[in-house]
Ligand binder design. Sequence first.
Ligand SMILES: [Zn+2]
Ligand SMILES: [Zn+2]
Length: 157
Amino acid sequence: MNKRPDWDEYFLKLAMLASERATCPRMHCGAVLVKNKNVIATGYNGSIPGDAHCEEVGCLVVDNHCVRTVHAEMNAIVQAARRGHSVDGADAYVTNMPCTTCAKALITAGIKRVVVFSDYHDTMAMDFFNKAKVIIDRIKMPEASIHYDLKNYSSAR
Ligand SMILES: [Zn+2]
Ligand SMILES: [Zn+2]
């Protein structure tokens, strides 16, 4: 039987699941905003509503970055804004270290803690997080598989 994931592992796994919806072949990211152990919003990097996907028409590269997609963290914040949910004081679970722009957006949205399992080369993010006293928790990447256990629980069949 598999180990029951703790909260951090659980929400990071949800972020990994969200990343499956990403549409830019350069990077697949996922983000989940959590408050009082409740998911407020999720996001992945994808095109703006109505635009073509990078995977169909290619990336829109400016200065070596694809600018077509809205990043996962930004999409999560925007989804919350769109539906009128406050993210003030929330934790952000993200699959990749946020870029500088997303870091600033998370800070300004009131995110108090960021949980991440991987690094990103854009180190300005860390400077901004430190300045804003946002807690960065790096944990080991949760197992990249989901155990929907049909064998050990009889009523799941
Ligand atoms: Zn792209
Ligand atoms: Zn970003």
